[in-house]
Design a binder for this molecule. Structure first.
Ligand SMILES: *Cc1c(COP(=O)(O)O)cnc(C)c1O
Length: 430
């Protein structure tokens, strides 16, 4: 399979190999990579494999995209290592169903993309040494660190702002050791991002060390996110006997939702999607007004969705042939402000004895308000965003069952100031 850029038009499309697309992350012209063609999945095969395990079903779907690039046995190992955790369809009440995507090691759905990418990069990079450099405000860094943990030839350097991420998130990045190098930066998330960008722009640096990003727009994180839609569909069919769900997707940068659109184009029978946002409602607004107006993000209680200029807008438009009317037939918009999010968490707890994170609560609020016949995606566990959930339900949310010794392990990191030169020095000696 080859890949092209969303900004490439007409007959002069340039194509890139999987390795090129995965290593570059973003295309030469600033666009996002797309597969040359979208393969068709056989729903009968999917349903049979669903009964066996998530990883067997995912292996079939991964083979449709990556079968030409990666040897069958290695793809199998990739998928088995990446998906060694559960995924659950939960019914919290009659007609109120959610696909819980947070039972992985970092308790958020980003594990589905990041772990697949980590294993695949180990294969594609065979003999090279590469440093994955990434800045995080919390969720991405922990998923990437975990996804690349122990991958041969890869070092992961994660920059995070001191005092601005949750203790759980910090623990997830700083207690892995091995090939994971956490950098606690005395500055803000914007400082971290500026420092990382400066390294990618520094030609001399890039001659010295081979750096790459593991950004959420990466093709190797995006494509595998389409697989769990198939699983959700099978589980919903098993539960309800129906075959054409609406799927509600709590969204920020829209990688998750556009992966759902990809699944639909592979043949998954989906009635439609709901783009469920917090106060950063650029896409719901766009669906209403037909004018795309990206803007600075505002801070909300569902902060992993605080995105004012969603990168995957380009993929969304590419997938619907740049035709907003087509998009409107496929997708509805919904947004919730902070009060509504907190009220939704509270309601779920009081009515259904169910604990939800603020992001997933946006999904619930949308499903209820629009009375959808289908399910919403739950993107993180309540404890990962414990402060907000605690405020809403009046007690600390339950810790996940698979948390193990995470919180008691020694945290190991290097502290640096928010200066590019310090990062440079660090990267050259690590
Ligand atoms: C990243 C994230 C989102 C937003 O996902 P997108 O793919 O960026 O739309 C939602 N919820 C949680 C918990 C996240 O970490």
């Amino acid at each position: 399979m080859r890949y092209f850029s969303t900004r490439d038009r007409g007959d002069e499309k340039r194509f890139f190999s999987l390795k090129e697309a995965a290593t570059k992350g973003l295309a030469h012209d600033g666009g996002l990579f797309m597969p040359e063609h979208i393969p068709a999945a056989e729903m009968k095969v999917v349903e049979d494999l669903y009964k066996k395990s998530y990883s067997e079903m995912a292996l079939y779907l991964a083979g449709l995209f990556f079968g030409d690039d990666v040897e069958a046995q290695r793809l199998k190992t990739t998928v088995e290592r990446a998906y060694d955790f559960p995924i659950k369809m939960k019914s919290i009440a009659e007609g109120m169903n959610t696909l819980e995507l947070f039972h992985g090691p970092t308790f958020a759905f980003k594990d589905f993309g990041a772990r697949f990418m980590g294993q695949m990069m180990g294969i594609l990079n065979d003999n090279d040494e590469v440093t994955v450099l990434t800045a995080t405000s919390g969720d991405t860094g922990s998923a990437v660190a975990n996804g690349f943990y122990g991958v041969k030839g890869v070092k992961v350097v994660v920059l995070y702002p001191a005092g601005k991420i949750s203790p759980l998130q910090e623990a997830q990045m700083t207690t892995l050791y091995g090939n994971i190098y956490p950098l606690k930066v005395n500055g803000t998330f914007d400082d971290c991002q500026r420092m990382v960008k400066a390294m990618f722009a520094d030609e001399k640096m890039r001659e010295e060390i081979n750096i790459t990003s593991a950004n959420s727009i990466n093709i190797l994180r995006w494509i595998p996110q389409s697989f769990y839609y198939f699983y959700g569909w099978c589980a919903w069919k098993e539960l309800t006997g129906k075959e054409l769900p609406y799927i509600v997707v709590p969204s920020g940068n829209y990688g998750n939702l556009t992966a759902g659109m990809l699944a639909r184009r592979m043949g998954l029978p989906v009635k439609g999607f709901v783009a469920a946002s917090n106060a950063n409602d650029v896409i719901p607004e766009f669906l209403k007004s037909a004018e795309y107006r990206p803007r600075a993000s505002v801070q909300t209680v569902a902060n992993a969705m605080d995105v004012g200029a969603p990168s995957n807008y380009e993929r969304m438009m590419c997938l619907c042939g740049n035709d907003i009317e087509k998009l409107r037939m496929e997708m509805r918009g919904f947004s919730a402000n902070d009060d509504e999010i907190v009220a939704a968490i509270k309601e779920m707890h009081e009515k259904y004895d169910y604990q939800s994170c603020p992001h997933s609560a946006v999904g619930y609020a949308a499903a209820k308000e629009l009375d959808v016949d289908g399910f919403w995606l739950s993107t993180a566990c309540a404890a990962k965003f414990g402060e907000v959930t605690e405020r809403a339900i009046g007690k600390k949310p339950k810790l996940p069952e698979n948390i193990g010794e995470l919180l008691s392990r020694k945290r190991v990191f290097t502290e640096i100031s928010a200066e590019e030169n310090e990062l440079k020095k660090y990267l050259l000696q690590v």
